[in-house]
Design a protein around this ligand. Structure first.
Ligand SMILES: Nc1nc2c(c(=O)[nH]1)N[C@H]1C(S)=C(S)[C@@H](COP(=O)(O)O)O[C@H]1N2
Ligand SMILES: [Mo]
Length: 540
């Protein structure tokens, strides 16, 4: 049936005219344009203040805050660092579908269409203001965007309504209810173009606001360390093809965080406040205050609790910064063992992340740092510029706050940090782990001597030995590379006399306390995966 023609016949005095196909399609298009306009206007409104308050970022962030750990693990495993673009694309597709439906709805019920747009605006507003770092004004971009979208929807859908009938009941123009085609095309083109312009302007504004942060990073001159990192022994890097390098280059360093928009903090404006229980002299420091203190440089391996056995979320870098314990002592903080009232440090980042770290560990003499340098350059924005925490021996989610801006001394009894409220453990020392880097799974090396090599880590305990076995047989001692410090991972290699056929390689490490890595397989939640990494290969 041709809806376009049927319109006139179905029109009765009591029923609103049933729109034809062309008008329905154009109404859907109107909805799309109104939706696009809402997002563009909202991004423009958010740009000068807080780009994070834009509705797509806000809703995405709200989703991230609420997904159960299994879903997060699934997303990280399947999309890796692309998990965030995938999420945003998903939100955009959903929004487009709803926008088209709203356009069609508005054609028949203008009020309901407008109400639906406002509901979406409200979702964006609540999501933005409800983020951990959200402030009430974060709701504004979504509200403004929705209001403009309502106007656009009225304007466009208004053009699709038939022109008033003549007394004789004839249609004004055209077959499809005689709406004003030209008027619609002009209005649709104009609003779409205006929206694109608003969106581009928003982008421009955001990048000019961020230009200050980029310049502050570019201009930062790192101090020479007063306490240099111990020299890495010559044999620490075995330089075997396929084996992770001893120092992970910044661009290859894994990234795990909840930030849909990487925070770009201007170093000149950055401040860190230290306050709370047992702080007798609260302090606020800027980056220059930190740069004037004694700079320490250390090689420290960072690992993520979400890393599966054999997974990629571990890296080793040379960090430059100041000792966190010194700053805390200056503020009057004593660890629990010296009678201090606080047993937890809660670090807060500019994006509202909270990370809880035991005060005792931070002050027990290990190299817990507030770092501003990573592998010889200022921290990359992705890794926490201008300052982040690094604590050897603890998983990142309980120690390594990026974009840090606040340190509060409190107790584990009084406060649960972000991930702890989402089923992860309050305290999480790194588990002894080892990984086979080469050969890769399902590789087909030639029979003969095949180097099996990888890394092992047990930060702050060190790696004493590594063993490898084939097809569940005897464990063979691997040759460990020269040890750097107990806070870094250690490479290892075992020369395997490989015979042809399918074989399963397994690795296990023993840490500096003499404890051997358990073969019991557990998942990442609540405090880190365990089990032996296995790799199956086909020797030819
Ligand atoms: N602000 C902030 N800091 C954060 C996180 C985060 O989501 N936000 N993630 C933590 C986690 S879970 C890990 S494993 C490390 C990862 O640091 P990287 O991304 O520099 O490797 O950062 C930690 N610091
Ligand atoms: Mo993590």
């Amino acid at each position: 049936m041709s809806g376009d023609r049927d319109d006139a016949q179905r029109t009765g005095p009591t029923r609103p005219p049933r729109p034809g196909r062309t008008r329905t399609a154009l109404a859907a298009l109107s909805g799309l344009i109104a939706g696009f306009c809402a997002l563009a206007v909202a991004e423009l409104a958010a740009a000068p203040v807080r780009p994070e308050a834009g509705p797509v970022t806000a809703v995405g962030g709200a989703v991230i805050d609420r997904v159960p750990p299994v879903v997060r693990d699934f997303a990280v495993r399947n999309f890796g660092t692309a998990d965030k673009p995938v999420l945003q694309l998903g939100i955009l597709i959903l929004l487009a579908l709803f926008a088209m439906a709203i356009g069609v709805l508005a054609l028949r019920h203008r009020r309901m269409g407008s109400a639906a747009v406002l509901v979406f605006g409200l979702v964006g507003a609540v999501a933005a203001a409800g983020r951990p770092e959200g402030v009430p004004t974060d709701a504004l971009p979504s509200v403004v965007g929705a209001a403009v979208a309502v106007a656009v929807l009225y304007l466009l859908v208004g053009r699709l309504v038939p022109a008033p009938r003549t007394p004789a009941g004839e249609r004004g123009k055209g077959a499809d209810g005689g709406f004003d085609r030209r008027g619609f095309v002009v209005a649709a083109t104009a609003t779409a173009a205006a929206s694109a312009g608003a969106g581009l302007l928003g982008r421009r504004l955001t990048s000019s606001v961020q230009a200050g942060a980029s310049a502050s990073r570019h201009d930062l001159v790192l101090p020479a360390p007063r306490s240099a990192a111990p020299a890495v022994p010559a044999g620490a890097d075995l330089k075997i093809r396929g084996l992770s390098p001893f120092i992970t280059p910044n661009e290859d360093f894994y990234r795990v965080d909840t930030a849909l928009v990487v925070p770009r903090v201007d170093a000149a404006a950055w401040r860190l406040r230290i306050h709370g229980k047992g702080v007798t002299r609260p302090v606020t420091v800027g980056l220059h205050d930190l740069l004037r203190r004694e700079a320490v440089e250390r090689d420290i391996t960072l690992a993520c609790v979400s890393n599966e056995v054999g997974g990629p979320y571990v890296g080793n870098a040379r960090w430059l910064g100041v000792r966190l314990a010194d700053l805390l002592r200056d503020a009057g903080v004593r660890p629990p063992s010296k009678g201090g009232p606080a047993d937890q440090i809660v670090a807060r980042s500019v994006d509202g992340m909270t990370i809880g770290t035991p005060v005792e560990e931070v002050m027990d003499g290990r190299d817990a740092m507030l770092a501003f340098g990573m592998n010889g350059e200022p921290l990359p924005f992705e890794h926490g510029f201008p300052v982040r925490m690094v604590v050897p021996g603890l998983y990142g989610y309980v120690s390594a706050c990026k974009w840090i801006e606040d340190i509060e001394l409190t107790t584990f009894a009084a406060y649960d940090a972000y991930w702890v409220r989402r089923d992860w453990a309050q305290q999480a020392p790194v588990k002894t782990e080892s990984r086979i880097d080469t050969p890769r799974p399902l590789a087909s090396p030639k029979a003969g001597i095949v180097p099996v090599a990888g890394v092992a880590w047990a930060q702050h305990r060190g790696i004493a030995r590594v063993e490898v076995r084939v097809d569940g047989g005897e464990w063979h001692m691997a040759r460990p590379a020269a040890a750097d410090t107990r806070d870094t991972w250690r490479q290892w290699v075992w020369e395997w006399p490989a015979t042809s056929g399918r074989h399963t390689l397994q690795v296990r490490a023993t840490d500096g306390t003499g404890a051997t890595q358990t073969g019991v397989r557990t998942g990442t939640v609540p405090n880190g995966a365990t089990g032996w990494h296995s790799v199956v290969v086909d020797v030819s």
